[in-house]
Design a protein around this ligand. Structure first.
Ligand code: IVH
Length: 717
């Protein structure tokens, strides 16, 4: 491959990763791998100035614009920091600074790099007036209403308080006692020594300074580990997708349109950078202390270093100790302390020359593999799971980790009793990355073999072409598949029978009351409660909820059936096009392929499903119980083809219907609601306050903007 081709390849790849990270909030590679690719690109671009492209991923700081909020310009652009993963580069940074300052003495302020999303807060006369996300560095989203719900962010500053706790005290033996307050301000750590841990530096109380009339303060919004775990437990119970890490949870939360959601989610914020015309001191560290005295949450774990050795001490200390912090951190930030010296050093196009971020390696832990078990999912896919000695990793105790599939197990050459390295990457489920070579000299246990029969029902496993997983083909007789299908059937977005959780389903299954979802409609109150009076109330509720589900509209029943590849939106499309389950059951491959968004895989899966006699019997039973197996008269009457083939973006605030209602209306009339504007967009249905970024894009692409009233006339309402 020529260097020119490599540049093109890297740009495409990095664009995709940027999109995954910023827009979808689901990165598929580690930060470190991303940075390595970006660096490779930057180096190649330096060698090939003739290939300059203003749209190259190297030219942007990243964007988190979401269109949902008003976009506003930052008074001072929000730059990011140069990243490094190794000590040599830290040393080089230190030397560059020293040279840049012509040998003048300087101090480096060392601090934690919090892993959340950056925010800029503007205060006037002691009141919070504006909070803006970083966006593309120049413009960001105004999220002031959401930020106001974060309790650690002061809305109105109090009179400056002296920072007593940080003043050095003297112990009984006359040694300085050094205090460090934990990040959650919950308990004190005290050590009596003059060789205290490097993060614990005796601080002198700063002179009490009043805040400037107008200033900006920047920091990181984050979700503490405990809130993050509680949130995911809740989402799991509600069958909502889990957040991969606290950063994504914080970012998803801050972009919520409902401030109430934000308030509930327990976000937190650390402030680490003060900007303005009349700051209290020349030192960054001193300014942050002043800010703390005004009521801001400023980390106590900051330290001024006057030698490179002190910098490394700080790094080494926190590389280990950060695991005990209540919030996620992904590195250390080093800043030249004096603002005057910062000015002398200046900026490059993207980042200041006076600061650098040292990033930690993705956290790994070594532990012993005790056993590999095999888990069968709703679709019959078999996943190997490593059961290990419990080990602490990124704030939680890990006992189980995924081994993905048979190929992965074979590739690792895994033996029972091996020491293995576990890592938490961007994903929430920990994974085994390697056998720990440090223990390679020990005798090894038996080799881990993949199974050939289903651990649940004994059926011989099969492998479908092009798939990495082994499957249990016994879908109608394998317990986890049966229970999984029933769980899916009752889930909120399907039949919404919310009194039936996984445990209840398991119990009914074990008692032989249900073998498939049609059996639910035969359940009787006395059967469920047994002889137990206290259970009558809940049994009645369950039977009632099952009965009520007969009103659930056809498209959701279709989704509930659990046909492979028929998710929510495919179910809607099929329902709209075929109108009844009988028409769907009769449809030929050709009939399916007439529909825009339906391909062969979906078509064949549906055809296959209706060829199975067991399934046909279940459909007949559901019909007998009165479930909706066709579109309702009302929907049929309302339905039209007026918007057939149209891709429509909804933007802004509406007077006559909610956004969701407009979405439903578009679908009812054969159109498709899409999330973002592209050349393929037919028109934008725009209410009030359409975001300026969307407006600009629409104008650039020449896409029509249709008002609410015009739209309602289009569909004949
Ligand atoms: S200072 C010009 N300090 O890391 C310097 N940033 O790429 C502005 N971050 O965008 C940043 N902890 O979101 C600074 N103690 C800290 C930080 C920190 C986390 C984030 C911030 C920034 C990114 C650097």
């Amino acid at each position: 491959m020529t260097e020119q081709e490599r540049i093109a390849q890297l740009r495409t790849e990095l664009h995709r990763h940027n999109y995954n990270y910023y827009v979808l909030n689901t990165p598929t590679i580690s930060d470190q791998d991303f940075d390595a690719l970006l660096r490779e690109l930057q180096e190649l671009e330096v060698r090939h100035p003739e290939l300059f492209d203003p749209n190259s991923p190297s030219q942007r700081v990243g964007s988190d614009l979401s269109n949902e909020f008003e976009s506003v310009e930052h008074q001072y652009p929000m730059l990011s920091l140069a990243n490094t993963y190794n000590r040599d580069e830290v040393r080089q940074f230190y030397e560059r600074v020293s040279e840049g300052l012509a040998g003048e003495p300087f101090e480096i302020c060392c601090e934690l790099k919090f892993d959340g999303l950056s925010i800029s807060l503007v205060y006037e006369d002691g009141r919070l007036v504006r909070a803006v996300t970083r966006g593309d560095g120049v413009r960001g989203d105004d999220v002031t209403a959401n930020i106001r719900t974060i309790r650690t962010i002061p809305l109105q500053l109090s009179d400056p308080a002296p920072v007593e706790a940080d003043a050095p005290a003297v112990g009984a033996d006359g040694q300085a006692l050094l205090f460090g307050l934990d990040e959650d301000n919950s308990h004190w750590r005290v050590s009596a020594s003059n060789t205290a841990a490097p993060e614990q530096q005796a601080l002198t109380a700063p002179a009490v300074t009043h805040w400037p009339r107008r200033f900006e303060i920047r920091g990181e919004v984050l979700m503490p580990w405990t809130s993050f775990e509680a949130l995911n437990r809740e989402r799991e119970a509600d069958e909502e997708p889990l957040f991969a890490n606290p950063r994504n949870a914080a970012s998803g939360t801050l972009k919520s349109k409902q401030t109430a959601v934000v308030a509930k989610r327990k976000l937190d914020a650390y402030l680490y950078y003060l900007l303005g015309e009349e700051l209290p001191a020349d030192g960054h560290y001193e300014n942050m202390e002043a800010a703390r005295s005004w009521g801001f949450k400023v980390s106590r774990h900051m330290r001024k270093a006057s030698t490179i050795e002190e910098v490394f001490e700080f790094i080494d200390y926190w590389d280990v100790e950060r695991k005990n912090l209540p919030v996620a951190t992904d590195g250390i930030v080093l800043k030249v302390n004096s603002l005057r010296q910062q000015q002398t050093l200046g900026m490059t196009a993207k980042s200041p020359r006076w600061a650098i971020a040292y990033k930690f390696q993705a956290e790994q832990a070594s532990t012993v593999l005790r056993e590999v078990t095999f888990q069968v999912g709703r679709t019959g896919a078999v996943t190997p799971v490593a059961n290990m000695d419990p080990v602490q990793l990124s704030g939680t105790v890990v006992r189980r980790a995924t081994l993905h599939n048979a190929d992965f197990v074979a590739q690792l050459d895994l033996h029972v009793g091996d020491h293995v390295l576990v890592e938490k990457g961007g994903e929430i489920i920990p994974k085994i990355v390697a056998v720990d070579e440090a223990f390679a000299h020990l005798p090894r246990g038996p080799k881990v073999e993949f199974i050939s029969r289903c651990p649940e029902c004994g059926a011989e496993l099969v492998r479908y072409e092009g798939e990495a997983a082994w499957y249990c083909p016994n879908d109608s007789g394998c317990p986890p598949q049966i229970k999984g299908r029933i769980e899916h059937f009752v889930s909120r977005r399907a039949m919404n029978i919310d009194t039936l959780g996984p445990e209840t389903i398991e119990e009914y299954y074990d008692r032989g009351l249900i073998r498939n979802y049609a059996d639910l409609y035969d359940l009787q109150v006395d059967q469920l409660s047994g002889a137990n009076d206290s259970r009558i109330r809940s049994a009645r509720k369950t039977v009632k909820a099952i009965e009520d589900s007969r009103q659930v509209p056809f498209e959701r029943v279709l989704f509930a059936l659990g046909i492979r590849f028929v998710g929510e939106s495919v179910a809607k499309t099929l329902a709209r096009n075929f109108k009844s389950i009988d028409a769907l059951a009769q449809a030929s491959l050709d009939d399916f392929l007439q529909i825009n968004s339906i391909g062969t895989a979906i078509a064949e899966s549906v055809i296959q499903w209706f060829r199975n006699d067991d399934n046909l019997r279940i459909v007949e039973r559901l019909r007998g119980y009165g479930l909706q197996l066709q579109l309702s008269e009302e929907t049929l009457l309302q339905q039209s083809d007026r918007l057939a083939g149209k891709s429509i973006v909804i933007s802004g605030v509406f007077a006559h219907h909610s956004r969701d209602e407009y979405k439903a209306l578009i679908e009812q009339h054969g159109g498709k609601n899409v999330g973002s504007i592209s050349a393929k967009t037919s028109f934008i249905l725009a209410g009030d306050n359409m975001g300026p970024a969307k407006l600009e894009k629409a104008q650039k692409l020449g896409i029509a903007i249709i008002s609410e009233d015009v739209f309602l006339r289009m569909i004949g309402e």
